[in-house]
Write a protein that binds this ligand. Structure first.
Ligand code: FE2
Length: 293
C-alpha cells in the first residue's frame, strides 16, 4: 500500500479559559462526550506570563479518576503534592506522567522561573475501561533523562515514543502514546512515521511551519499558536521556510473507541460511574477507596 502522509483535518485556535483558583490557560480542547480527540481529552497551555499579574494561584487540592495527566514544563515550574504522600517540583524540561487510575487527590502550583515566565502544557490522556480503576501511578522524568535527538536542523526531545532510534523514558501507557517536543531550524524538513489508525495532533507554539505536506503539494502554512488535528495516514511531515524556525508538541495515541462520560476532573465510561465517584467524594471515602489494594 502506498505510504500516505497525513493531511490537516482541522486547525484549532486555543481559547482563553480560567481554571483552578483563577489560572489563565489557552485551551485547545477539553473533555467532551463526543470524544473527538480519542484517546486525548484535554490540552492546555499555561499562559500567564505577565509578571504584573502576580504569582499565579494554581490548582488547589482536587481529585482525578479515570485519566492520565501529563505536565510538561518549558519555563517556570509546578510544585505538586498528593494524597499518596508524593511531592515534588516539575522544572523546566521535565515531565510528569500521572496515571490517576481509580483516584488521586493532588494540588498543582505553578511558579515563575527566573525570566518571570511560566510556559508549559497539560495533556489529559484517557484510560480504557479496564484500567480506569487501576492503582495510581507516576512517571516523573527530569530534563536530563529525556533524550534529545539533533540532526539536519531537527531537534526532538522524546518523552514517549521513538524518534531516530531514541526511545522516550515514559513507557507502558495504555494509549501507546507518542509525545515529543520538536524544534525545526529555518529551511528544515521533518518526517515521523505514525501508525495507521492512531490519532495525531500537533501544537505549534513558536514560529511557523508548513504541515499537511504530501508528494504533490507543499501543505498549509500554520503560524503559532494553534492546535493541528491530522487525518489518518502513515507519517507526519512538517517544513520551515527561510524566515522562521518552528517549535511544536507532537502527540499521537491509539484511540480506545469507548463511550466516555466526563465530569470535571473525572472521566469515566458511564453516568453511573460518575455518580458513584461523586458519592465517594461526598462520603469522604474517595481517597481511602483509591488507596485500597
Ligand atoms: Fe490535576
Amino acid at each position: 500500500m502506498k505510504k500516505l502522509p497525513r493531511q490537516i483535518q482541522d486547525i484549532i485556535e486555543p481559547q482563553m479559559v480560567v481554571e483552578g483558583a483563577g489560572v489563565l490557560l489557552r485551551r485547545s480542547f477539553g473533555p467532551h462526550s463526543s470524544n473527538l480527540f480519542d484517546p486525548f481529552l484535554l490540552f492546555d497551555h499555561f499562559a500567564f506570563n505577565k509578571p504584573r499579574q502576580g504569582e499565579p494561584v494554581g490548582f488547589p487540592t482536587h481529585p482525578h479518576r479515570g485519566i492520565e495527566t501529563v505536565t510538561y514544563m518549558l519555563d517556570g515550574n509546578v510544585r505538586h503534592r498528593d494524597s499518596l504522600g508524593n511531592m515534588g517540583v516539575i522544572g523546566p524540561g521535565a515531565v510528569q506522567w500521572m496515571t490517576s487510575g481509580r483516584g488521586i487527590l493532588h494540588e498543582e502550583m505553578p511558579r515563575r522561573g527566573p525570566t518571570g515566565a511560566i510556559n508549559g502544557f497539560q495533556l489529559w490522556v484517557n484510560l480504557p475501561a479496564a484500567q480506569k480503576m487501576s492503582a495510581p501511578r507516576y512517571q516523573e522524568v527530569n530534563s536530563e533523562t529525556i533524550p534529545l535527538v539533533t540532526q539536519n536542523g531537527v531537534s526532538v526531545r522524546v518523552v514517549a515514543g521513538e524518534y531516530a532510534g531514541a526511545r522516550g523514558p515514559v513507557t507502558e501507557i495504555a494509549a501507546q502514546p507518542l509525545y515529543m517536543d520538536v524544534t525545526l531550524a529555518p529551511n528544515t524538513q521533518f518526517e515521523l512515521p505514525t501508525p495507521r489508525g492512531h490519532f495525531v495532533i500537533a501544537y505549534i507554539f513558536e514560529g511557523e511551519g508548513a504541515f499537511g505536506i504530501d508528494d504533490a503539494q507543499g501543505g498549509e502554512w500554520v503560524p503559532s499558536t494553534q492546535m493541528l488535528v491530522f487525518q489518518d495516514g502513515d507519517s507526519v511531515r512538517a517544513q520551515t521556510g527561510s524566515a522562521a524556525p518552528a517549535r511544536f508538541m507532537l502527540m499521537a495515541g491509539a484511540p480506545f473507541r469507548e463511550p466516555i462520560f466526563p465530569y470535571g476532573p473525572f472521566v469515566m465510561n458511564t453516568r453511573e460511574e460518575i455518580m458513584q465517584t461523586l458519592a465517594e467524594i461526598r462520603a469522604g471515602t474517595f481517597v481511602s477507596n483509591a488507596r485500597a489494594e
